[in-house]
Design a protein around this ligand. Structure first.
Ligand code: ADP
Length: 171
């Protein structure tokens, strides 16, 4: 099961997994960070499809095609904005991962890559986010066999080191 997990460093838009996950905002109409990078790389048709989805609530997820990306699908999820950790942020972040997995199973997606949802402008502490990301994934993989590979893609050196450390603790 653990052999299905990987931690990578780099640009998620370059990955040829079946699906990549976008850390979107609730409008689903693009933004900065990884969201901006995904829209730029996927091309303008992505925005057109996103417009038809009419937004997405925090902790939920919606799927689109990948357009010009190497990935076939994009799963857009809206992470919580960190305030103090006692306003439901951990539960909402966990829900993001679970909702993405639900869509993955529904669309017969075998390989999926996640960015560090909420760890950019949304301010979630990376060590806590990594624990939720990896912990929720391990739990899911124990009960659902269809996913073959889950990658966590870290952009910066520090995030990568934190993920590797948490991975060592949990696996
Ligand atoms: P959020 O609003 O959910 O915090 P951000 O896009 O600001 O989303 O940041 C989420 C994470 O994505 C951050 O850790 C950021 O470093 C990372 N990131 C930014 N660009 C990319 C990219 N091209 N590929 C992978 N991760 C990225």
């Amino acid at each position: 099961m653990i052999e299905k997990l990987g931690i990578l460093q780099g640009d998620i838009t370059k990955l040829a997994t079946d699906a990549i996950v976008n850390a979107a905002n609730s409008s689903l109409l693009g933004g900065g960070g990884v969201d901006g990078a995904i829209h730029r790389a996927a091309g303008p048709q992505l925005l057109e499809e996103c417009r038809s989805l009419r937004g997405c609530n925090t902790g939920e997820a919606k799927i689109t095609k990948g357009y010009n990306l190497p990935a076939k699908w994009i799963i857009h999820t809206v992470g919580p904005i960190w305030s103090n950790g006692r306003s439901g942020e951990p539960e909402a972040l966990r829900s993001c991962y679970l909702e993405c997995f639900k869509l993955a199973v529904k669309h017969d997606i075998k390989t999926i890559a996640f960015p560090a949802i909420s760890c950019g402008v949304y301010g979630f502490p990376v060590d806590q986010a990594a624990r939720i990301a990896i912990g929720t994934t391990i739990e899911f993989l124990k009960r659902e066999q269809s996913l073959e590979g889950v990658s966590f893609v870290c952009f910066g050196d520090q995030d990568y080191e934190t993920y590797v450390e948490v991975f060592g603790e949990l696996c």
